[in-house]
Design a protein around this ligand. Structure first.
Ligand code: FES
Length: 102
């Protein structure tokens, strides 16, 4: 379990990049929930946290070629990416964003 930041420090509907314990994470806040994906597009080595979040669809779009990834499953929804990115379990405890790394 790793504490990332205060939940209030995450902007609603935006992604933020974290690096810890050898993992690159894209952490997204939508409303009262936080989501964490591997911060590397499965198509090429592009940071997903630089992409655009769609809070209605729970997706983040890779800016390079436009693949969108489901924040809850890590699965790509549009080409050219075909492989999922890892998803990490995130919770909010005492106002802090906590992530579970494998
Ligand atoms: S690098 Fe992300 S879709 Fe190509």
């Amino acid at each position: 379990m790793f504490e990332l930041c205060r939940f209030d420090d995450l902007a609603d509907g935006e992604a933020r990049r974290f690096e810890l314990d050898g993992h690159r994470l894209a952490v997204v806040r939508i409303g009262d929930e936080a989501y964490a994906l591997g911060d590397r597009c499965s198509h090429q080595d592009i940071s997903l946290s630089e992409g655009v979040v769609d809070p209605d669809e729970f997706t983040i779009e890779c800016w390079k070629h436009g693949s969108t990834f489901d924040l809850r499953t890590g699965k790509p929804q549009t080409l050219p990416a075909t492989r999922p990115v890892p998803v990490y379990e995130v919770s909010v405890r005492d106002g802090m964003v906590v992530v579970d790394l494998p």
